[in-house]
Ligand binder design. Structure first.
Ligand code: ADP
Ligand code: MG
Length: 139
């Protein structure tokens, strides 16, 4: 599906719709340039999955893990330049039994588990974002 959202709240609401279709073990890859709304999207999804803590970009750590009925992982691979087996070993636990959202999935190369949904965000203007979701989840 493809749509244009006109506010951060609208992007969060769309993410919440997707989130409710996900199961433990699912990975969502979220692409788009800086400021496109990737973290905003994750925030909306995490809220819908029962995460109460603030959801912010894990730019200075590689990931966050939030406890919820199904734990939610949020990774940001912006600073990653390809992974080696040892680095993948550090990341792997984030995917264990979670619903995992990955910003900058391109930087992880082939190590990342296959995504259940691929989200692509693009700036239209200050308040509008083009959002594409490719998945087999019926959204
Ligand atoms: P990224 O993680 O892609 O760098 P963020 O989600 O951190 O992006 O930031 C997106 C910024 O754009 C936020 O300041 C948000 O309020 C703003 N914004 C404006 N319109 C939208 C929209 N329609 N969807 C998502 N974010 C939007
Ligand atoms: Mg971000």
């Amino acid at each position: 599906m493809q749509t244009v959202t006109s506010s951060p709240e609208a992007t969060e609401a769309l993410a919440a719709e997707l989130a409710l279709l996900l199961d433990a073990g699912d990975v969502v890859a979220i692409s788009g340039e800086l400021g496109a709304g990737k973290t905003t999207f994750v925030r909306g999804a995490a809220r819908a999955l029962g995460v109460i803590e603030p959801v912010s970009s894990p730019t200075f750590t590689i990931g966050h893990r939030y406890e919820a009925d199904v734990p939610v992982a949020h990774l940001d691979l912006y600073r990653v330049d390809g992974l080696d087996p040892e680095e993948w070993g550090d990341l792997e636990p984030y995917f264990d039994g979670t619903i995992a959202f990955v910003e900058w999935p391109e930087h992880g190369g082939r190590w990342l588990p296959e995504a259940r949904a691929v989200v692509t965000l693009e700036h239209v203007d200050e308040s509008h974002r083009n959002v594409r979701i490719d998945s087999d989840l019926g959204l």
